[in-house]
Design a protein around this ligand. Sequence first.
Ligand code: DGL
Length: 261
Amino acid sequence: MQQPIGLFDSGIGGTSIWKEVVKQLPNEQTIYLADSKNAPYGEKSKEEILKFSIKNTELLLEKGCKLIIVACNTATTNAIDYLRANYNVPFIGIEPAIKPAALKSKTEAIGILATKGTLSSALFEKTTKVYAKNITTIEQDGEGLVPLIEDGKLGSSEIKQLLENYLKPMLKFNIDHLVLGCTHYPYLIPQIREIVGKNVTIIDSGEAVAKQTKAILTKHKLLNTTINTKPHQFYSNTNKQVLETILNNVLATFTIEELEF
Ligand code: DGL
């Protein structure tokens, strides 16, 4: 089926998921919404996160999307149940990968860096209870990181300082896995690696989300079996420049437009 796959995030973070989706599903066209005007979602109330998620979903459905990837942990953990119950397309979400980290941890201590919105959600609490009840989990709110990334400050000393404040205390608990619970954070991996060293495994879920998307498209017979010739479409409701920078090295053909939504 040639209809596009839709993705949305509070901004540019979900492009870390999009890159994996395009790699694993080269026949698919995608439409991506960067709701940067409303970032960071992680500092908003559950009601507001739900309102933004509904708005983004409805725009993607108007554009004919056959499946929607909620490329944002904060929106997934606060809104995906509602979206699944109220819209008639499959939804793929992303949640902090606590289960694989807990299963693989030898020190029985893992760190989770995520937004306040994700850490305070009922879904996060449930997942932690089920999969990490016998290990130590150090949860840290990454407050301030998303706005800096959205401002184009990747690699900056401000980000380095925040990461040091957030990650160094985790190391005292001898964590051997760090779960990145926000789709913006994979762009911080070089700086995170410098702080946590070689012995901590950093887990991000982009690949798993793309794999799950492929499985669900197959199950619902929604895969595009012909070669995609249309460009991927990106929409930003603020300045599109940060999105342009983050997609700089991407080989796929795409367009980026500023749009009111
Ligand atoms: N990219 C987001 C996530 O995965 C949202 C971060 C935010 O806007 O606070 O949680």
